[in-house]
Design a binder for this molecule. Sequence first.
Ligand code: UGA
Length: 436
Amino acid sequence: MTIAVIGTGFVGVVTAAVYASFGHKVFGLDIDQKKINKLKKSQVPFHEPQLEDLLKETQKKNHLSFTTSYQEAIQSADLIIVAVGTPSTIDGGVDLKYVFACAESLAPYLKSEAVVVVKSTVPPGTLDLVRDKIKSRTKTKFNLASLPEFLREGSAVNDTLHPDRIVIGAENQTTFELLGELHAPLKAPIVRVRPESAQMAKYAANAYLAMRITFINQVADICEKSGADIEEVISAIGYDKRIGAHYWYPGPGYGGSCFPKDVKELAHFFKQMGKTDNLFVKINQLNSYRINLLLTDYGRKVGGFKDKQILVLGLSFKPNTDDLREAPSTKFIPQLIKLRAQIIAFDPVVKQKTAQAVFGQYLESGSLIIEDELDDLTNSADAIFLLTEWSELISLDYSRFRNGTKPQWLFDIRNRLNPVQVRKWGFKYQGIGRQG
Ligand code: UGA
C-alpha cells in the first residue's frame, strides 16, 4: 500500500522506515526543509541505533522517500499517519495545534476512502476534532483511526520490529482490516479497541511505568535510611510473578520526552473533571522534587558544593540516545553551578554542539566544560556523578579518576557499579537506596 507519514521526528522516521522495510511505498513528510534535505541523504538528525542503516536500505530500494509537499505525499496515500509533536501547554494540558494543522493541510489532497491514523499521543475524543478539521476542507470520504506508539528511544527500531502488541483504535471493520494487514508481518498480538480506549491505553501504559519508577525510588529512599538495600529488596519481591523484577531500577526519577509530559497531562485531565487531588499529581510532584532532595543529601556528604570540582558522566536522559529532554543532567548541572561548583562532563554521544541549546550559558561562562574524550577527563574531581548508564560508563575502571591525595565521592545515580569495587578504588560510594 502507499503510506504517508507526517512528521519526521523520532516516531515518524522510525515508523516510515519500518513500514518501507515491509515493501510498502512510503512518503515521509515534514514542513522542515532542512530535516527533509538530511533525510533524503539518509542522515538521521538524532542518535538512534540501526536507523541510518534502515533508511539507506529502504531508500536504495525506492520504498521510502522524503518530501515537504503535502500534495506529493497525500494524493496517492491509502494510509496517512500523523506523527507530529503534541507539546504540553503551560498548565499541563496538551496542545494539539500541530495535529490540527496536519489535518487541515492534508484534507485537500485526500484520496477517497483513505485512512487517516493519529499516532501522536492525544487525549480521548481527539479524533472527533480531527474529523471536523478535515471535513471543513474536503467533501472526500475518509476513515479515522488511532494507533498509539509504544517504542522506546535508544531501541526504537528493534521495538518497532518486535512490539509486545499493536493497539488499533478504529471506527469500522475496513479500517481494522487495513491496519491489521499492515502489521501482520510483525506477528504481534493485535488489540482492536475503540479509538478512545487506544488513546487512553497509551497514557495509562506510560503513567503506570512512571508510577513503578516513582514507587521504587520511594522504597529506595526508605532503604537508605533503614539499613535495607534496595537491590536486595528488588531481588526478593521480584520473584512474585504479579510484580516481577523488571523495569524499576531506582535512580534520579524518570525523564525523557514522554513520561513527565504524559503523567502531567493525565493529572490535568483529572483536574478538569474536578479531581484536583489525584494520583498523577502526586507522581509528578515526587518525580520533580527528587533531584533536589538527592542534591541536598550529596551536598551534606561532600561538605557543600562551593568551589568543588564535579565530574558528570552521562548527559542524555538514557543510554543510546542524544536526547536531553528532561534529562537528569539538565537539572543536576544548573543546580550544582548555582551552588558554585565547577563541572566537567562527558557523554559518549552528546558533545558540545548538541549540548549548546540546553547548556549554552554555562559553556560560555566556563562553569561547565564538556570533554570529547574520556582520556581528557580530570582525576582531581571532588565528586563523580554517574548520571546515565551508558555501557561504556558502567564498565569503566574508575581508578583512572582517583587522586590519591584527597577524599573523593562517587555518586552512582543508577546503581550500576559494584560498591565493594568502588571502595577498593579508594572512593567513598553512594548509590540509590544501597548499603554497599
Ligand atoms: C517511554 C516508554 O517506555 C515507551 O513505551 C513509550 O512509547 C515512550 O515512552 C513514548 O511515549 O514515546 P522512553 O521515554 O524512550 O520510552 O524511555 P524509557 O526507557 O521507558 O525510560 C523513561 C525514563 O524512565 C528514563 O528517564 C529512564 O531513565 C527512567 N527509568 C526507566 C528508570 O528510572 N527506571 C527504570 O527501571 C526504567
